[in-house]
Design a protein around this ligand. Structure first.
Ligand SMILES: C[S@@+](CC[C@H](N)C(=O)[O-])C[C@H]1O[C@@H](n2cnc3c(N)ncnc32)[C@H](O)[C@@H]1O
Length: 221
């Protein structure tokens, strides 16, 4: 909604008709007609035929994909739907910290309101099962794949993204040494040829990680 209000053309794509209906209703309440497309991201370009400046995949949504094959295919589909200089913005919880140090939260960023608590009920390298408790006493569970930060960066690079910046709770990673709750990756598609780099006369272009940087492995399922 905020993007529409800033003047961007927005299209909301989700595999769930219920989620799209909810988003549409939210838009209507704020006076917008939200364009929605029901599509599985793994076959995004089958259903979405325009090109976009940005693909924004937030809310820990990429972590719903449990096989590496599906993750690669989805990233490749995101890459393909972008314009030549477009970018992908994708977030994930800080599963490195949850796996290595146990769960803690700064309660700074909320995707489901201030009154909902989200805590992992089970965690191992293949599954993060979160329990969502609501003020009315209702409880829901969500299974997510706990992929690690550098693994995501590596997959992005391997599907063709050229420059990947990762922010920690929306800040530069260097700016805060406490453990972030979320990582936000900004992956740019724009390809700089050797001549472009030479013309710049510097090595300011920071490339993505090499596959040897990957921390966790193949299929988590
Ligand atoms: C945690 S919700 C986040 C929803 C929304 N992005 C937000 O931030 O509020 C994850 C969403 O990912 C969608 N999703 C998961 N896997 C998908 C896939 N392969 N294709 C399309 N949508 C998918 C689910 O339907 C669900 O709506």
């Amino acid at each position: 909604m905020r993007l529409i209000e800033e003047g961007f053309e927005v299209c909301s794509v989700d595999g769930s008709a219920e989620m799209l209906a909810k988003a549409f209703e939210n838009g209507k309440r704020r006076g917008h007609i939200l364009r929605t497309i029901q599509a599985d991201w793994r076959w995004l370009n089958r259903d979405v035929h325009a090109s976009y400046d940005a693909v924004i995949c937030l809310g820990n949504s990429f972590n719903h994909l449990f096989s590496e094959r599906d993750r690669r295919k989805t990233l490749a589909e995101f890459y393909a739907v972008l314009k030549h200089d477009g970018c992908l913005i994708l977030d994930q919880r800080n599963y490195d910290a949850i796996l290595d140090e146990g769960f803690s939260t700064k309660h700074k960023y909320y995707y489901c309101g201030h009154q909902v608590s989200a805590e992992p009920e089970h965690i191992d390298e293949g599954l993060a099962r979160f329990k969502y408790s609501f003020p009315d006493g209702s409880v829901y569970y969500l299974n997510m794949c706990p992929i690690r930060r550098d693994y995501t960066r590596t997959l992005m690079q391997e599907v063709g993204f050229q420059k990947i910046d990762t922010y920690a709770d929306f800040e530069d990673e260097e700016s805060d040494d406490s453990t972030p709750d979320f990582y936000i990756h900004v992956a740019e598609k724009k390809y700089f040829g050797d001549q472009d780099i030479a013309d710049r006369g510097d090595s300011a272009i920071e490339y993505g990680p090499s596959s040897s940087d990957a921390v966790n492995g193949k299929d988590a399922s």
